[in-house]
Design a protein around this ligand. Sequence first.
Ligand code: GLA
Length: 367
Amino acid sequence: MSAGVWTAPGRVNLIGEHTDYNDGLVMPFALPLAIEVSASPRTDGRLRLSSANAPGQSVELRIEDLAPGSGPGGWTDYPAGVVWALREAGHPVAGADLHFDSTLPTGAGLSSSAALEVVTGLALRDLHELDVNRTELALLCRRAENVYAGAPTGIMDQMASACCTEGHALLLDTRDLSGRQIPLDLAARGLALLVVDTRVTHAHSQGEYGERRAGCESAARLLGVPALRDLTPQDLPAALERLPTGLGPLVRHVVTENARVERSAERLLVGEPGELGPILTEGHASLRDDFRVSCPELDLVVESALAAGALGARMTGGGFGGSAIALVPGAQAGAVADAVVSAFGRASYRTPLVLEAVPSSGARRLS
Ligand code: GLA
């Protein structure tokens, strides 16, 4: 297939945090912010990577030299990792020139790394006519992130970028990767969803993520279940009695969060998105107090948005910085955004970036 342009979006997760590596439920939607790639095929076994964000710094790699741990640790590890993962899975990639451009901020917890992986994977699939569906592509992209780039994430972000559709949130069961598109037309109900990028990334966030994940996995082992997904809210009291004190709150978060995803999907399916508000705020408290992945800046977004009239608010993504979301009556969106920015000013934090998020399309070819 001939050269062209592909795009893959970032995501916000409406609800279902730190559940994906526990075989649980998530409900992200795609942002209008995305990474684009201009891609053309090569047949000489070489991969050229360049970015509008790093002018004059193109990198050329020999595909057969690609191996986990061999990359420099920067952004090029993600597309290189996808080429490695595709080839490892038996899909022949003979080479490509890839030039990236992005409207998606990096480090904001909006899945720029997954967008970079998915746009690369989709372009290579089409250029080299590979037999890979979107779910398989998302799995290969996660492998690139886990094994090649070395970040121990779950599958949510890659599935969101690859599979979300305009006007919907994706209710995804991360155990079997079955998904259901849930209509999410907030404007029709007089609502809006604000995304607030705190512009902070806390040191050690990756290590802490890995620790939470390891904690969940050892709790599941101690309880004798394949994954925390297998526990219901009714199982919780007995489970908490059996666990050491450090692990109990992690389990309580995951179990209650899966239930919150189910409750949220029900509310959306009956056309009552405003009723998500208290569920989102409850989810934030659970992430802050039980899972302990929030930070003062994220807590301040939630508190100041609620005080200014938001129906609900919570951190979104892995935590330790990044972004929070607030569900607001549409007419109050500006006032809530101003209140959050003022609260950050009073706390002498960096000015946050606020945008309104409208559920947008997943990855696709543009031309
Ligand atoms: C990050 C990871 C996801 C998921 C979230 C937390 O975004 O990439 O896989 O675990 O954190 O829900």
